[in-house]
Design a protein around this ligand. Sequence first.
Ligand code: IMP
Ligand code: MG
Length: 186
Amino acid sequence: MIEDDIKEVYFSKEQLAGIVKKLGEQISRDYEGKNLMLVSILKGSVIFMADLMREITVPCNIDFMCVSSYGSETKPKGAVKIIKDLDINLEGKDLLLVEDILDSGRTLSCVCKILKTRNPASIRICTLLDKPDRREAMDIKADYSGALVPDEFVVGYGLDYDEKYRNLPYIGVLKPEIYNRPKNEE
Ligand code: IMP
Ligand code: MG
């Protein structure tokens, strides 16, 4: 069972629902009369996106973008490669980038630079979780943030470790022996 690998639950299913509802209300107020387009950064934000869009009461478009940081595992580093680009024309759209977790900020810094060249009316960031202590890209801040987390590796509700644990309905901290375990023991 994947649950056996979790040391501690940080946000229960019910707490997450409350956090997402509050964000949806805030976004709905702020984007009244605007041209809202939610951009989910795959794959981590997929569950958050699905729940958040149902808490938003103003009209919106959605699209998906998949990027990969060249680094891997617990500390992503370096530039970003576009794996799947957006399909919708961004001209005049009020973009809201939907992220699972804002860590160094490098991913969103690169994504914002790319998307700015396509003439959207505005770009803002909505992240479920924020690790402000780890920020390296100083131009990046969350306009909407569900909760702050300390510098620990969290999984569940879309967030992965090595592509696993995305299907946990809550967010928890992995037992350190999981990520310290040599690959051939898995
Ligand atoms: P950044 O570019 O350093 O801000 O990295 C953001 C991405 O790193 C997130 O979208 C996640 O995919 C991944 N990430 C960062 N911290 C965690 C974590 O604690 N758990 C799972 N994924 C994480
Ligand atoms: Mg990830």
